[in-house]
Design a protein around this ligand. Structure first.
Ligand code: G6P
Length: 488
């Protein structure tokens, strides 16, 4: 499904990410291989299965070290190997400081503008540097001058600069999956300069939306002595040119569309409605990692106010919140507790007879089942206070095969730029938010269907495979510019 315009055949593709596409687990004498459910890992896996190449990732805890050759290479997928997985091993304390420390407690909250949650320790930075060095060394063991290296996310900011120093000929691209804040926020980072310099080792940096491209260029302009061309979106730093561009990420539309259309989904919808006693009335849904940037508290406050102001919807609207625990350390443990207390309070306040306003599910639900939940819901609510994209918005739309549901979407999620058929809300405006829920529920059938038809076309035409094709196309362009010493 990936259309690669240009020639990748003489190039070796190397993907670099924190998470691995296959997790090897030793059970007794045998090794069980699991595939994480993440949309991106499965889409990139599809690409490497076609192109071959290598994927470098952290052998994160659940992996077992004893299934590798002396270069740490494992052929994957196990049933029909077509590329190599190379795991980077980190000691538990290094992993703690690099992943839970610098990645999750410095860069994550900083880029999501939740400055109160930024917690910086010197040892986080030291181990972040060392972990990035380990990734860079692993890539260099596999790369030659013709390799194309595609790095992902905030865990690996220093890798491009390290690679560039070792081999200036490499073609290096990076996709930044989360927001990039403006300079008034990013300047808080004690290592702002080092992070920016590391990223400028790339030939191409992709962001989710044009605002993040602009924010990044502004940060470079404030912090480094670089030549920035805002029209061409290029940055020349110490003689090396980096192009920056927006590539809004997406989902596998056809997969969600067909999962939601299946007989299995229809059965599951019936069973789920019976199980939760919601065979009548409206159903709302929220599907999130239990993550403070998703603003579950604000969403719950809006739902509370909605029931308070619009009494006639009591017993007629039930909200199902699927909240999957993630990174289960502080501050996430406390956040989970706060969310659960608030749900209990709201349920106590409005429940009557067998009806309760909020059904809370705190376990992971596989995609096939999730598609049925999405199809069943009259309304989906996304309330992020800042979000790179938010793929739940797109999954909901792809699963709305009856074109009946309404998407309520925070204006602060990257997805809001493309998804014009949604009701856009400001999650900080609780009154406006609670009105949006009412607006969605009383919307005419015709308008709901018009909006959903529009949204579905948008996501179908711009699915994950188009995203990958667009980026690979740009990487190949950048790479041939380098070879032919051309400039933009
Ligand atoms: C979200 C972000 C990704 C990020 C991931 C990390 O999905 O959108 O950009 O890589 O979280 O999650 P993890 O569980 O690995 O910390």
């Amino acid at each position: 499904k990936v259309f690669i315009e240009g020639n990748l055949s003489d190039k070796k593709l190397i993907i670099v990410s924190n998470r691995e596409p296959y997790i090897h687990k030793k059970t007794g004498l045998s090794i069980k291989v699991e595939k994480p459910a993440g949309g991106l890992t499965s889409a990139m896996d599809d690409v490497l299965k076609v192109t071959g190449g290598t994927w470098v990732a952290w052998g994160s805890g659940s992996g077992d070290r004893d299934v590798v050759d002396n270069k740490n290479l494992v052929p994957v997928p196990p049933e029909n190997p077509s590329y190599m997985l190379k795991r980077v091993w980190l000691t538990p304390s290094k992993a703690e400081n690099y992943y839970h420390g610098y990645s999750n407690q410095v860069l994550w909250p900083l880029c999501h503008i939740t400055l109160d949650r930024v917690y910086f320790r010197k040892k986080f930075w030291e181990d972040y540097k060392e972990a990035n060095r380990a990734f860079s060394d692993a890539v260099l063991e596999e790369a030659d001058n013709d390799s194309i290296i595609w790095v992902h996310d905030y865990h690996l900011c220093l890798v491009p600069g390290m690679l560039r120093n070792e081999n200036p000929e490499l073609t290096i691209a990076h996709f930044w999956h989360i927001p990039w804040p403006d300079w008034s926020v990013f300047r808080v980072c004690p290592q702002a300069k080092e992070i920016l310099e590391g990223l400028l080792g790339n030939d191409l940096i992709g962001f989710q939306v044009p605002l993040f491209v602009k924010n990044f260029m502004d940060c470079v302009s404030e912090c480094l002595d670089a030549d920035i061309d805002y029209n061409k979106a290029t940055i020349n730093f110490k003689g090396h040119v980096t192009r920056v561009k927006a590539f809004p990420i997406s989902i596998d539309f056809d997969k969600f569309n067909s999962m939601a259309s299946s007989q299995r989904a229809i059965r599951m919808i019936k069973n789920t409605k019976e199980k939760y006693g919601v065979t009548h009335g409206y159903i709302g849904i929220g599907v999130d990692r239990l993550e403070y940037t998703k603003a579950l508290i604000k969403r719950l406050q809006a739902i509370d106010l909605f029931f308070d102001r619009y009494e006639r919807f009591r017993r007629k609207f039930t909200f199902i919140q699927i909240a999957v625990p993630t990174r289960m350390k502080e501050p996430y443990i406390s956040y989970k507790k706060t969310v659960e207390e608030l749900i209990t309070k709201i349920n106590k306040k409005y429940s009557s007879g067998s009806w309760k306003p909020i059904i809370y599910i705190d376990t992971k639900i596989e995609h096939e089942d999730l598609a049925a939940y999405y199809r069943m819901a009259d309304v989906a609510i996304i309330s992020s206070v800042y979000d790179g994209m938010n793929l739940v918005a797109k999954e909901y739309v792809a699963s709305q095969v009856d074109e009946n549901g309404v998407l309520i979407l925070s204006e602060l999620a990257g997805a809001a730029e493309e998804m014009q058929g949604a009701i856009i809300v400001n999650p900080y405006d609780i009154e406006g938010f609670s009105d949006a829920i009412k607006e969605a529920l009383i919307m005419s059938q015709k308008e709901r269907s018009n909006r959903m038809t529009f949204l579905r076309k948008q996501i179908k035409d711009n699915d994950i495979y188009k995203w990958i094709s667009d980026i690979l196309h740009e990487i190949i362009k950048v790479s041939s510019f380098k070879q032919n010493r051309c400039c933009y």
